[in-house]
Design a protein around this ligand. Structure first.
Ligand SMILES: C[S@@+](CC[C@H](N)C(=O)[O-])C[C@H]1O[C@@H](n2cnc3c(N)ncnc32)[C@H](O)[C@@H]1O
Length: 216
């Protein structure tokens, strides 16, 4: 159990995070993800994904970084019943555990297309403008490349979202110059400077940066 925060800002953030409950299926997927080092999205970020998928009636969703299925479960629970989740991961063992989580939650295999491979090899094979939502949570140093692919994949009105947009409180600290932090900061600049996108930074979990594609 996490220690009770004493600082009021930390207490407020903890309250916001714990506002969203996870059922036993999500908790089990989260445990497996932590065990194998596929760090799952936190509940606040997961709830935001579910909210966005619901808001736009998402039918076709791409996920980059399946892990053990936590974000996939949140997405599937917000998507239309006839929707399909296409999820890419380089680790077959992670995808095996994700498939287990989806089955435990009652999602049929026909709703889920798991593709094994490196994201930047797989994404170019997916159709232009064919997707409602793209969620990115794999290699942080590739986030700029995922953005370019996501903008190509999304229909107008579609949403791209990135987990770890605040990367363990490092992104806001200019003295932090490790490659992941720098790449995530660059991603923020790319999104803010792109006139095709309308952005929203959400300080949920480890940070969720989302943008709607408003023009081609
Ligand atoms: C942070 S975990 C994903 C967690 C998952 N989104 C969740 O919430 O449960 C990152 C995943 O990305 C995968 N990964 C890392 N680099 C990758 C790459 N270049 N292409 C595809 N998958 C990659 C890892 O194997 C890992 O399963």
């Amino acid at each position: 159990m996490a220690p009770t925060p004493t600082n009021p800002v930390e207490a407020t953030l903890a309250y916001a995070e714990e506002f969203h409950d996870e059922d036993e299926v999500l908790q089990a997927a989260r445990r497996r993800g932590i065990e194998v080092g596929a760090v799952p999205i936190l509940p606040g970020g997961g709830a935001a994904l579910c909210f966005m998928a619901t808001a736009i009636s998402a039918r076709s969703v791409v996920e980059i970084g399946t892990g053990c299925g936590v974000s996939g479960l949140w997405l599937l629970r917000g998507m239309r019943l006839d929707g399909t989740l296409t999820s890419v991961d380089v680790e077959p063992e992670h995808q095996r555990m994700a498939r287990q989580a989806f089955a435990e939650a009652g999602f049929s295999g026909s709703k889920i297309r798991l593709i094994g491979g490196r994201a930047l090899d797989v994404l170019p094979r997916l159709a232009d403008g064919g997707y409602d939502l793209v969620f990115c949570d794999a290699a942080k140093q590739e986030y700029g490349d995922y953005l370019a692919e996501a903008v190509r994949l999304l229909r107008p009105g579609g949403i791209v979202a990135f987990d770890n947009a605040l990367w363990h409180n490092r992104v806001a600290d200019p003295s932090q110059r490790d490659p992941e932090t720098v790449a995530i900061r660059e991603l923020g600049k790319l999104i803010k400077g792109d006139e095709r996108l309308r952005a929203l930074m959400m300080p949920l979990g480890d940070g969720l940066l989302a943008a709607i594609k408003i023009a081609n």
